[in-house]
Design a protein around this ligand. Structure first.
Ligand code: CA
Length: 224
């Protein structure tokens, strides 16, 4: 599998390139949007991993230009947390995805695998837990005939809970997975996102609840 990686922070570029190579990907690594576009136009890739803020052309502009040439290679954007909502909302969620910095290696590799799966299969990738369905392409949560959109972080938290229903997902695991190991965010941010997810579950009328277990974490369980 061949990836094009564009990132202008040279240390991050180097370590991402190393991570991909260690995981058996062939990688072309560039540090400007102009180079990313030139490479994407001249070589065939299975997926593109583009930082959004790049010198020359930004990652979104690179995407616009290659899409306008009919290139459908899937794209994973890397983005600073503050840029996520204002910049990435308009993306075609079925084809493109984003990962907020800082992220863990495991999460990066999982997203790249998901991106490469989409290349061959644009059908939505669904995660089911009891009556709930989480759509990994559109970041929506469904129950019965109802559907709610989730923000990127709500989606990531819900995905963790739905992968292990009835088991506790610890606060540390959520912090590391969603905010990154070196994040300085306060754990209270998790509470805020969980409370938003609970409101959406209530609107769906979903017969489940997310229970807080003191000194442990959160657990998704069927409501009695
Ligand atoms: Ca950058």
């Amino acid at each position: 599998m061949k990836l094009l990686l564009a990132e202008d922070e040279s240390r991050l570029l180097k370590s991402l390139k190393h991570i991909f190579q260690r995981n058996q990907y062939v990688v072309d690594a560039v540090s400007t949007g102009t180079d990313a576009l030139a490479y994407a136009e001249t070589a065939e890739y299975d997926g593109l991993v583009l930082d959004i803020m790049l010198p020359g052309l930004d990652g979104l502009e690179v995407l616009r230009r290659i899409r306008s040439q009919g290139v459908s290679t899937p794209v994973l954007f890397l983005t600073a947390r503050s840029e996520v909502y204002q910049r990435v909302e308009g993306l075609d969620a079925g084809a493109d995805d984003y990962l907020a910095k800082p992220f863990s290696t495991a999460e990066l590799l999982a997203r790249v695998r998901a991106m490469l799966r989409r290349k061959d299969n644009y059908l939505p990738d669904l995660l089911r837990a009891g009556p709930l369905q989480l759509n990994r392409s559109s970041y929506t949560l469904s129950c019965g005939s109802g559907t709610q959109s989730l923000s990127g972080r709500e989606f990531q938290i819900m995905e963790m809970l739905m992968q292990r229903p009835s088991f506790i997902v610890t606060v540390d695991e959520i912090m590391a997975h969603v905010w990154g190991w070196d994040s300085e965010a306060d754990v209270s941010v998790i509470w805020v996102h969980i409370s938003n997810i609970r409101k959406k579950l209530a609107q769906l009328g979903a017969p489940v609840s997310i229970r807080f277990v003191r000194s442990a974490g959160y657990v998704l369980e069927a409501r009695e």
